[in-house]
Design a protein around this ligand. Sequence first.
Ligand code: C5P
Length: 214
Amino acid sequence: MKLKKSALNVLISAGPTREFIDPVRFISNSSTGTFGYLLAKTAKQLGHNIVLLMGPSNFKPIPGIETINFISALDLKKQMDDYFDWADCIICSAAVGDFRPVIRAKHKIKKNQMMARIKLRPNPDILKALGKKKKNKILVGFALESENLLKNAQAKLKAKNLDLIIANQIDSDKNPFGSGLTNAYLIDSADFKQYDNISKAKLVRIILDRISSL
Ligand code: C5P
């Protein structure tokens, strides 16, 4: 008899990227990595094998979880590619910066030269590239939007060929970064469900149950 494999190899990215302008300055965002960290911890407790790719954050490594740190989007892309074959499921919760400086200056740029020296170029869309080659792997993404949350997230699910997307609302009085509570949609190609003021811990369990059922 063939047994159904229930423990998955889960590759999770979490936290912000940093794109250095010079040795001291960088472009980043407000992500704390809370969601990805909780996902990794809970998925481990449920018996899955986890590799956690973690951007700059204050979290301590979780015993039993292989944690690899990244700084920039290009670092993260390389690590994702290295672990792609290993993974049954990839959850991209990292807040990847969309742009990076064309050149990282060797020396600290003088203030009066800053405006002339900073030129940006787009970072690769890591999740979109994974979606193109995913085959039967489960691919999960996140969307953070300040307007048309559901519609934009549904479009992203399709454009990036995802199995599931978690959409979080951001506006002046609802900022999910670092907070324990969030408002979110869980969306797949057939359906969506809305969760208001739900704890991230609860939402993480719901997401992992959904992944197990896929
Ligand atoms: O397109 P947008 O940045 O809103 O999509 C968010 C999702 O895409 C997140 O899951 C994030 O981890 C992923 N992403 C990525 N590479 C980028 C930008 C976003 O993997 N350059």
